[in-house]
Design a protein around this ligand. Structure first.
Ligand SMILES: [Zn+2]
Ligand SMILES: [Zn+2]
Ligand SMILES: [Zn+2]
Ligand SMILES: [Zn+2]
Length: 245
């Protein structure tokens, strides 16, 4: 009972428009899961435990969250992904090796679908070949939301409307929907590789989990998924000068 109240309290705190801005929502199973998740409906968790309970990424160094390890859904941070030719293509693609593009430009460069409306992607048109064959979806609240999201369980949306409904990226221009700021911000960390950090403190992140600059008592360091790098409190960590190039 006490736990349920706590969960409700957290959800309310996370939906505060001013303070939740920089914080990423993570999810866990309070009934004994060993992992934390990026998705409240993670496929790796038995459906009896779904949806998972939310907590803020800034609490990862506190009990009981400090004992949790990242699920593959956090490490791989699957976000809806599109591709383009960074050397001057006019189209966006849903496949990295689209057959209409000259071999010398393949594979194409990936970018998060949530950034489609922004520079340098704003002027890209859908490729007539691959966007017909392979569909990439983002999410929206079909009951009248004005934003589209890259997560079907975006924390900025009232829980009553979750999970959100799919919408094909091709249909976005006609829909008038704008990208959700929270989803755009989170997706910017998509391409970042896994780094390592010391949950007990320390001002740096590391590429070497056994970095010699860190006191042996703290080794090996904990995994810091790319997904978390851009959000509080991890965005304050700077690269270690010894192990990061
Ligand atoms: Zn998961
Ligand atoms: Zn294509
Ligand atoms: Zn969103
Ligand atoms: Zn280091």
């Amino acid at each position: 009972m006490k736990r349920k109240l706590l969960a409700v309290g957290l959800a309310a705190a996370l939906s505060c428009a001013t303070c939740a801005q920089a914080e990423l929502t993570l999810y866990y199973n309070p009934d004994g899961g060993a992992c934390y998740h990026a998705d409240a409906y993670c496929e790796a968790v038995h459906e009896n435990y779904l949806p998972l309970d939310p907590f803020g990424a800034s609490q990862l160094d506190e009990a009981p969250y400090a004992l949790l390890t990242p699920c593959t859904c956090v490490l791989e941070a699957r976000v809806p992904t599109l591709y383009y030719n960074a050397e001057g293509g006019s189209y966006y693609h849903t496949m990295a090796n689209c057959a209409v593009v000259d071999d010398e430009y393949l594979p194409l460069t990936a970018f998060p679908a949530s950034q489609l409306g922004q520079a340098p992607y704003a002027s890209l048109l859908p490729c007539e070949r691959c966007t017909q064959e392979t569909h990439v979806y983002v999410y929206h609240n079909a009951d009248g939301g004005r934003r589209y999201h890259s997560s079907p369980t975006c924390y900025t949306v009232d829980a009553d409307y979750l999970p959100l409904q799919e919408i094909d990226v091709r249909d976005l221009p006609a829909s008038g929907l704008e990208a959700c700021d929270a989803c755009v911000q989170r997706d910017q960390g998509m391409a970042l590789p896994v780094a390592y950090f010391n949950p007990a403190g320390g001002a740096h992140y590391h590429e070497d989990p056994n970095c010699a600059t860190v006191d042996a008592a703290y080794l090996p360091l904990s995994v810091l998924p790319g997904l978390l790098r851009g959000s509080e409190p991890f965005n304050r960590l700077t690269p270690c000068e010894t192990c990061c190039k």
